[in-house]
Write a protein that binds this ligand. Structure first.
Ligand code: SF4
Length: 238
């Protein structure tokens, strides 16, 4: 089995019960990302832009998935940022040919790719990160202005995705009442918004957390959730 253009895969989790809602899934991790989130817990994937010696053969992954047909329900494509991969469309087609449901994790900066995948029916669930209020995105991607792309991706997902979630990793002081209100207004009417606790193991920039920056406490998360619930259909803390 071969794909027209490979995607750069840097890792695989062969079985997960928590990454694809309602499905037993395999998670594949692409290399390379256009963001540098201080709390990213896959720093080796973000820094590695697909150097050949770190790259997993797509055919081996697809053959593994062929052997797991009937045992796994879905495949999560995570990263890194999957939408940067030129071979993503073809890879998703192969997953569909094998009968898998596909979940895409994305930072939402490539709305054209999201549109193409949704139009072709190649993605069943999209989880899009909303890192912060749009005015604070320079913390995550200093070189680019991504506001219009983020807004476009939100619009496409809410209009065309059959199942989706938006999610924010809650770090103080970037995530607060005002930023959650701003984010929730952007996704008003959304099916699901997840407020995520920070996992500080193996982060991209440990120095970032030396000045009192850290995860929101549970009481703060519950307060933020109550704000978000004025705008979205459901909001969870995870
Ligand atoms: S958290 Fe996601 S978007 Fe941010 S650097 Fe890591 S892979 Fe990229």
């Amino acid at each position: 089995m071969s794909v027209a253009k490979d995607i750069c895969l840097g890792g695989i989790q062969k079985c997960s019960l928590i990454d694809f809602p309602g499905k037993v899934s395999c998670v594949v991790f692409v290399t390379g990302c256009n963001f540098r989130c201080p709390y990213c817990h896959n720093p080796e994937l973000v820094k590695n832009n697909g150097s050949p010696h770190r790259r997993l053969d797509n055919n081996i992954i697809l053959n593994f998935l062929k052997q797991r047909q009937g045992l796994l329900d879905g495949v999560v494509i995570s990263g890194g940022e999957p939408t940067l991969q030129p071979g993503l469309f073809a890879f998703c087609q192969k997953l569909k040919e094998l009968g898998y449901a596909v979940k895409l994790d994305t930072n939402g900066t490539r709305p054209d790719v999201i549109r193409g995948l949704l139009r072709a029916g190649l993605v069943d669930y999209i989880a899009m990160d909303i890192k912060a209020a749009l005015v604070d995105y320079s913390l995550f991607t200093p070189k680019d202005s991504v506001a219009s792309k983020i807004q476009k991706s939100i619009q496409l997902i809410m209009e065309f995705a059959s199942a989706y979630e938006f999610r924010t990793t809650c770090i103080k002081p970037i995530i607060n009442e005002a930023s959650v209100r701003s984010i929730a207004e952007m996704i008003e009417g959304a099916m699901l918004y997840a407020l995520q606790r920070l996992r500080k193991t193996r982060v991209l920039r440990p120095d970032f957390f030396e000045n009192g920056r850290g995860t929101c406490e549970d009481s703060e998360l519950h307060h933020l959730r109550s704000i978000a619930l004025h705008f979205v259909k459901d909001c969870i803390i995870r």
